[in-house]
Design a protein around this ligand. Structure first.
Ligand code: FER
Length: 268
């Protein structure tokens, strides 16, 4: 696993280019046995998507004030992906943006810090593993292997990504937390077996703005990883706040690292 200090993306990384092929954005609905409702997810399929290929999948999660559309409302992940793909800097991949508030009324309304709503972010682990991933893997031509599944997210979604990614090393090999929130498990519960994490994980990415009060949770995780010699990337953005400037830069850099180095499906 690389331990690098990354450079910020070029200024135009999230500007729409009309001279490159574009992926497609779709909204799908899946039956959730966990929640007992039909739930929505936004799906990006890459340029030149074909049912005869097989793709890796990134699950990309939102924060406490968002839903399955938050990444699209706050940034342009589809443009970032298209531009990287046009420059041959990423593998073609499917990106799934679910609603990570696993409860019957999963809208981002009312008091977003209600206990019931915060608990629904934890309940999403079961919805993801038992309902959404099986749905995606049935409906789309994807590689059904841990090394072809990544999970990343912002804030509450960053905490979810670290918790669910590190908690399920047989499901995910690439894990990223951007400005992870207080829902991030304490380090010795997050990484109870540093040896296993060291062996199984292909990438563990932690990023945060240094002006974000929540950086204490990223730093706590980073310190533990250093103490237990678990390779990871800790990327602190100078002047960065709790906002999409940090999250889109983190996404860009994370995308450039995942599903690489002779991974199944790479260089096909
Ligand atoms: C908290 C502070 C921030 C908290 C959650 C957040 C559940 C999440 C922020 C976000 O997702 O942007 O105390 O407790």
């Amino acid at each position: 696993m690389p331990k690098i200090s990354s450079n910020p993306p070029p200024g135009e990384f999230d500007s729409l280019r009309t001279d490159v092929p574009h992926g497609e954005i779709d909204t799908v609905r899946y039956a959730s046995g966990t929640v007992g409702t039909t739930r929505k997810a936004v799906i990006y399929t890459p340029p030149e998507f074909s049912e005869t290929n097989k793709y890796p999948v990134l699950y990309l999660l939102h924060g406490i004030g968002g839903d399955e559309k938050e990444w699209l409302n706050g940034s342009v992940p589809q443009v970032i992906l298209d531009n990287l793909y046009a420059e041959n800097k990423i593998e073609p991949m499917i990106v799934v943006m679910p609603n990570g508030r696993a409860m019957k009324d999963d809208r981002a309304v009312g008091n977003l810090f209600d206990q019931e709503k915060v608990e629904a972010f934890a309940a999403f682990e079961q919805d993801l593993l038992k309902d959404l991933i099986p749905f995606i893997e049935k409906k789309y031509p994807v590689i059904r292997e841990r090394e072809s599944r990544a999970i990343a997210g912002l804030s509450m979604g960053g905490g979810q990504s670290l918790n669910f990614g590190l908690g399920n090393p047989d499901v995910f090999a690439w894990v990223g937390g951007f400005s992870s929130a207080p829902n991030t498990r304490v380090p010795d519960q997050l990484i109870p077996d540093p040896e296993e994490t060291r062996e199984k994980l292909r990438l563990l990415w932690i990023s945060c703005g240094d002006q974000d009060n929540l950086i204490v949770f990223s730093r706590r995780t980073h310190d533990y990883l250093v103490a237990h010699r678990v390779p990871h990337i800790y990327y602190v953005i100078p002047g960065g706040h709790h906002d999409f400037e940090v999250w889109k830069e983190s996404l860009y850099l994370f995308l450039r690292l995942i599903f690489k180095n002779g991974m199944p499906g790479a260089d096909a």
